[in-house]
Design a binder for this molecule. Structure first.
Ligand SMILES: [Zn+2]
Length: 397
């Protein structure tokens, strides 16, 4: 049923024809990378499908086998009688277990990136990064779970409404704090040192009406060769972030193209739009979960939604719900990426630089420029690079 929804929505909303291949003149001096990118693309797609199946399967097993109720009993038996302590203890153990379960596949992904020369991260550095990620996840889920179960205890019929407000506020706070709190845990950020490039960027911002707070460079080369850039933050905290891997190999007109694309996201206020959209959809989703919980919990020996043993079931419903709307969400994301692409083309007026940039990014990151259209429709947040390059020729339309 879920699979049919995903494929149906993907077919309706996504591309139905394969992305056009990159023109040969953009492949660079050694076009052999294309076959490697396609091979890696197939492996990565298989891995991501496997990854997608593991978490809901584990959640379902955990709650339906009675382990969830057994963990709650065990914690209560060990003195965690206050609901706050019980929710905290359960969340820490459960989320840690679930996260560690995804590590083997994450590690395989690292081995792949290493084998294809994309990563130079050691296993120890990888493990440290996973532990940091786990710590961030634990802090956030503890906060969310304590809030959620407090609401479930005090407002059993209406918890989902304030919970939705809380979830949206939390994601706003995270969007604001991410560059200050989360990014520094993983990378070192420094203001862009190249004065002439900085001036060119500021000038580009002025011409296209986007006030640029600051341009930062992160030391992504610590982890590998992949290049990227992004626009982040809301309010006074907006900033453009460039990977240092881009600064090494890309020419100025290419860097300006990448930055102009990021400015396009600011111009169209995509961060705010995404937050507004989640403010609309989160109450609907949680309301639906409220209805489903009342039907499902009794059959799994969990008496009330306020019982923390139901947490895996709540997570399962959230996960399956997010899968169902994935094609919709990604269709919107690809639409926004196209808007940013068109904005970049208008701001720079340089189609050739745009095409060279994206072909070079595909080569540097070994990303398959022509993935299967149905996969692109369901899972891709960005249009295939083959599509972006060919659409640029017609002004990005
Ligand atoms: Zn973008």
């Amino acid at each position: 049923m879920l699979l049919i929804t995903m494929i149906g929505l993907g077919w309706l909303l996504g591309p139905r024809t394969p992305a056009p291949p990159l023109p040969p003149e953009l492949l660079g001096p050694d076009p052999g990378w294309l076959a490697r990118a396609e091979r890696l693309g197939r492996l990565r797609r298989g891995l991501s499908l496997l990854n997608l199946a593991i978490v809901p399967l584990a959640l379902w097993l955990f709650v339906s086998s009675g382990w969830s109720a057994a963990l709650r009993d065990w914690l209560t038996g060990h003195g965690l009688r206050s609901p706050w302590l019980l929710v905290g203890g359960f969340t820490i153990l459960f989320v840690t277990g679930l996260t560690v379960l995804t590590w083997p596949l994450e590690y395989v992904a690292l081995l792949l990136r290493r084998a294809y020369g994309l990563s130079n991260e050691t296993s120890a550095a990888w493990l440290l990064r996973q532990l940091k990620l786990l710590a961030v996840t634990l802090v956030l889920t503890l906060l969310a779970a304590e809030g959620l179960y407090w609401l479930l205890r005090t407002l059993p019929g209406w918890w989902w409404l304030p919970a939705a407000v809380g979830a949206v506020l939390l994601s706003m706070a995270l969007t604001y704090l991410q560059p200050y709190v989360i990014t520094p845990l993983f990378f070192r950020q420094t203001p862009l040192a190249d004065e002439t490039l900085r001036a060119a960027i500021q000038e580009l911002g002025r011409r296209s009406g986007v006030p640029i707070g600051e341009v930062y460079v992160i030391d992504a080369s610590r982890q590998g060769n992949e290049g990227n850039a992004y626009f982040t933050g809301i309010g006074g905290a907006t900033r453009v972030v460039l990977y240092d891997t881009l600064l090494r190999t890309y020419q100025r007109d290419q860097l300006l193209t990448i930055l102009a694309h990021e400015l396009g996201h600011w111009h169209y206020q995509h961060v705010w739009r995404a937050l507004a959209l989640s403010a609309l959809t989160t109450p609907l989703g949680l309301g639906l979960i409220h209805l489903l919980l009342q039907r499902l919990l009794p059959s799994w020996n969990i008496n009330t939604p306020a019982d923390v043993a139901g947490l895996p079931l709540i997570l399962l419903l959230i996960t399956l719900g997010s899968y169902a709307v994935l094609p919709l969400q990604n269709a919107l994301s690809r639409h926004w990426e196209r808007q940013a692409d068109r904005f970049a083309l208008q701001a720079t007026g340089d189609v050739a630089a745009f095409q060279r940039t994206f072909a070079d990014l595909a080569r540097q990151n070994l990303s398959d420029p022509t993935p299967p259209p149905l996969y692109e429709a369901i899972f891709a947040t960005h249009p295939a690079i083959g599509r972006r390059v060919s659409e640029a020729a017609t002004g990005g339309s």
